[in-house]
Write a protein that binds this ligand. Sequence first.
Ligand code: HPA
Length: 276
Amino acid sequence: MSDSIPPAADVREAVAAIRREEPRVPEVALVLGSGLGDLAEAAEAARAFPTAGLPGYPHSTVEGHRGRLVFGRFEGREVVFVQGRVHLYEGHPVRAVAFPIRLVHALGARRLVVTNAAGGIHPLCTPGTLMFITDHINFAFANPLVGPNRDGGPRFPDMSAPYDPAWIDRAEAEALRLGIATRRGVYLWTRGPSYETRAEIQAFRRLGADAVGMSTVPEVIQARYLGMQVLGISTITNYAAGLHPDPLLHEEVLRVGRQIREDLERLVRGVVRMGA
Ligand code: HPA
């Protein structure tokens, strides 16, 4: 089904701009979260496109997020790294937040690995934990599919298993093989940019959230609409608000992200290497 979806005009222009210089068709797209962007440096024979030069691509303004699409070989496969993640809290419409996903899909990617930084709510989701996302809660109440159904997918796409359960099983087995500890959990999306209050975190805990963050969900909704297979990995960078006496600082989120980058890189390498 997904192969027959023609990209809408805005995406077609960006595809054309890339295709003039880069003929490789990525098999896997990797969206890199806060402080994890430099994973793209690991790509071989890489070619980078600043997202500012791509028609229709929204501007990323966050410190720690570089706006680039990087094509290259990674663990023997053609991949595209999305370093140009954009967020709702930057003021972009939610449809723009999902633009990079529509673009990588139109470029040929059928599998998506999303990473993010998140606050840990579950007591076992302590800073430094890698968590496979098993499901999400859309607490930003925004959806990139609102509006005319322009991209040829279902009007009411199923979201009963957005994160491929079989892929999680295999990725978990790979993590075990690599000696990397991981957990599974539910990710809750908030609009931001302020971090949560203590009361909100207590409420989210009761709702069933294990981790909280400001990204990923709109991208995953878009990807599932397009029929992509999705794996999500959260890097728990901090205790969620009120679960630790210290206030939350973006610098701390970036610091822990950098600390765990090595394990995350090994895990993502393993996931890409093992294939579909
Ligand atoms: N809350 C929301 N977003 C986040 C957090 C958090 O605690 N940590 C990293 N991103």
